[in-house]
Design a protein around this ligand. Structure first.
Ligand SMILES: Nc1ncnc2c1ncn2[C@@H]1O[C@H](COP(=O)(O)OP(=O)(O)OP(=O)(O)O)[C@@H](O)[C@H]1O
Length: 294
């Protein structure tokens, strides 16, 4: 996200908050079961799923990009999504985040929040954070200022706290700086960071908002081997506290984060072709044919 877009997003969020208070959002002020946007802590995962897609279909000008897609993710899970170019991975994330509306099917956050009834900013505010492939931090600001700004755009932070951090928020920023391994760089201008560090900073900007679910699109593209290895460590440290959906083509990275037990979903031609441990999907003849064998 460019600074302009972030400013625009913050303005839209404020406008949405005002409209939401008056019941004038695109969803008519309705959401979840409370008649207002549910807070992240209210996601009902008692059925063991934080995300649930059922029979989702999307067509673009007659081309079916997503075909009867079924997928669910457990709370705290680190799910890897792989698949050839054009398989529908980005489109699936667009559907989850409200950027693209499916033609049919269901998309639930927890067991009660119907994401198809929410707008893109509402979905972000519900606790679904998305990281696009390219890092989009504020290059002129310091690492700390970038994180502080991300906290200020969090709609759960009351307006009165927007320009002064309280002790809990300062602790949160310190914790995130430590998690993304940028504590020593905290006063450094973001534009001077390496590509990998910028990616971690942007992940930190999502983390300060304490998302329940993080969607990460090709997070290690363009990283050095060392940065890739550190990113794997970072994601493994986030597992359990957050649910993560990671789309990536780098199979060494997938191996590092999926290990021997993590579930890997293989998408092809808009639906799930195979799902299981990395060893199992890599041994699947259908996967070899459409993806790994290419
Ligand atoms: N807005 C759109 N209009 C028309 N076609 C689209 C649109 N968005 C996606 N598609 C098509 O839908 C298919 C799925 O695209 P998508 O970007 O989701 O695949 P992907 O798995 O993310 O691919 P990659 O690994 O290359 O990023 C592709 O054939 C793509 O051209």
């Amino acid at each position: 996200m460019t600074p302009d877009l972030l400013d625009e997003g913050a303005a839209r969020l404020q406008a949405h908050q005002r409209a939401s208070a008056q019941g004038k959002t695109a969803s008519g002020g309705r959401s979840a079961s409370y008649g207002r946007p549910a807070q992240a802590g209210e996601v009902d995962v008692t059925h063991g799923r934080i995300l649930y897609l059922e029979d989702v279909c999307v067509s673009f000008d007659g081309f079916q990009a997503i075909k009867h897609l079924n997928l669910d993710i457990a709370p705290g899970e680190l799910r890897c999504i792989i698949g050839p170019n054009g398989a529908g991975k980005t489109t699936m994330m667009d559907i989850i985040t409200g950027k693209t509306r499916p033609d049919s099917g269901s998309v639930f956050f927890g067991s009660t929040i119907d994401l198809l009834r929410h707008t893109e900013p509402e979905i972000a505010a519900l606790g679904i954070g998305r990281k696009f492939q390219k890092p989009t931090v504020f290059e002129e600001l310091s690492v700390f200022e970038n994180l502080e700004l991300a906290l200020k755009t969090d709609k759960r932070v009351p307006a009165s706290l927007r320009f002064r951090l309280d002790a809990a928020q300062a602790d949160r920023l310190a914790e995130v700086l430590h998690t993304i391994q940028l504590a020593e760089q905290c006063t450094r201008q973001a534009g001077l960071l390496s590509h990998g560090q910028k990616q971690w900073l942007e992940i930190g900007m999502l983390l300060v908002q304490e998302p329940r679910l993080l969607l990460l699109d090709e997070p290690v593209a363009g990283m050095t081997d060392e940065e890739t290895a550190r990113t794997a460590e970072l994601f493994l440290s986030l597992r359990g506290k957050h649910s993560l959906m990671v789309v990536e083509h780098d199979m060494h990275f997938i191996r590092a984060i999926a290990g021997t037990h993590g579930i890997v979903t293989v998408l092809a031609e808009g639906s799930v072709l195979a799902q299981g441990t990395l060893d199992a999907v890599q041994a699947d003849e259908r996967v070899i044919e459409v993806y790994l064998g290419r």
